[in-house]
Design a protein around this ligand. Structure first.
Ligand code: NAG
Ligand code: NAG
Length: 306
């Protein structure tokens, strides 16, 4: 083979090579070529093309990465929601939040209540039946509310806690005890208010009243009485303490203080199932003139503070 022919074949080969290279082969081939010392116009072109191609691919990859990241972010957010749609869901007593297959939150009856060992955790219901815990009472009620087969009967739709502790025969409140009860109740309220203040658990708008009660003997009991009355009158806030609103003082004391129930009944002089502040004051044997409905004033002061 002549040198001329040889050159022609090589030239042809190169020409075919340049024309024939598919984009995919481009880089590999030109890269391989850059490892050779042979520099040619074609090599320069190839290198430029390669560089542009790499840049293009890098840009595309970057776009894809951000795109994928975006997808991942959306995906993980969705997964998070799927994992716990219950985060913001509040369920009532005896109910817990459960996520549905659709990823939404719903409240269902508690399946298992913690087994309480402390007998003080037991509760006595309006059917004079001891339940292991308040959870069990709310659960029983929930079963009836939701048409669950575990509902123990139509009555249980209205089951509620009357007092803490096992059901017992509550001894009669003796006349002497009853006579002494308003004084004990006043003291008790004053002491609770003081304890809360000491523990910094008394809402700030009541602190002034508490300090007044400490320093001014006239206000010692009235302020405590007003505080408690305002505190109880919250569901609804209607300037009267209804029976259910008495729960926070009645339920914990019933098993210990035989006179609390008859005493609270006696406060409702006109028997309309509501205790007004005036009735409350009278019942605690406080001077009517010292009793002042400060609840709204106090609540407003509280709002201004925040
Ligand atoms: C309630 O149950 C307790 C304990 O079983 C019992 O001693 C008491 O007499 C009952 N009270 C009423 C009002 O039935
Ligand atoms: C105690 O409070 C009463 C009622 O607000 C008030 O009339 C009296 O001046 C106060 N006494 C003292 C010593 O601050």
């Amino acid at each position: 083979m002549s040198a001329k022919l040889q050159l022609l074949v090589v030239a042809l080969f190169l020409a075919v090579l340049i024309v024939d290279v598919s984009p995919a082969q481009h880089r590999r081939k030109s890269r391989r070529r850059t490892t050779t010392t042979e520099a040619s116009v074609q090599d320069e072109i190839m290198n430029m093309l390669e560089a542009d191609e790499i840049a293009e691919e890098a840009a595309a990859e970057e776009a894809e990465v951000t795109h994928e990241n975006g997808r991942n972010e959306a995906g993980s957010k969705q997964r998070l929601l799927q994992a716990d749609p219950c985060i913001d869901k509040h369920c009532g007593a005896g109910r817990v939040c459960q996520s549905t297959e659709e990823g939404t939150a719903e409240c269902v009856c508690v399946e298992f209540c913690n087994q309480e060992v402390d007998p003080r955790r037991k509760v006595c219901t309006n059917y004079n039946e001891t339940f292991g815990s308040d959870c069990e009472v709310h659960q029983a009620r929930c079963f009836c509310d939701t048409g669950d087969a575990r509902c123990r009967g139509p009555d249980y739709q209205h089951v509620h806690i009357v007092y803490y502790g096992e059901c017992r025969q509550i001894p009669m409140c003796k006349e002497d005890d009853m006579a002494d009860f308003p004084r004990r109740m006043r003291d008790w309220l004053f002491n609770i208010m003081r304890d809360l203040a000491d523990r910094q658990e008394l809402p700030s708008h009541y602190l002034k009243m508490q300090r007044e009660a400490e320093t001014n003997h006239t206000l010692r009991w009235t302020n405590a009485a007003i505080w408690k009355w305002c505190d109880l009158d919250g569901h609804p806030h209607d300037r009267a303490v209804s029976r259910h609103e008495l729960f926070p003082i009645k339920a914990p004391l019933m098993a210990l203080e035989h006179c609390i129930a008859p005493f609270l009944d006696s406060c409702d002089v006109n028997d309309d199932h509501k205790i007004t502040l005036l009735e409350w004051g009278k019942c605690l044997q406080l001077d009517e003139d010292d009793i002042e409905d400060k609840c709204d004033e106090l609540a407003e002061a509280n709002q201004e503070q925040y």
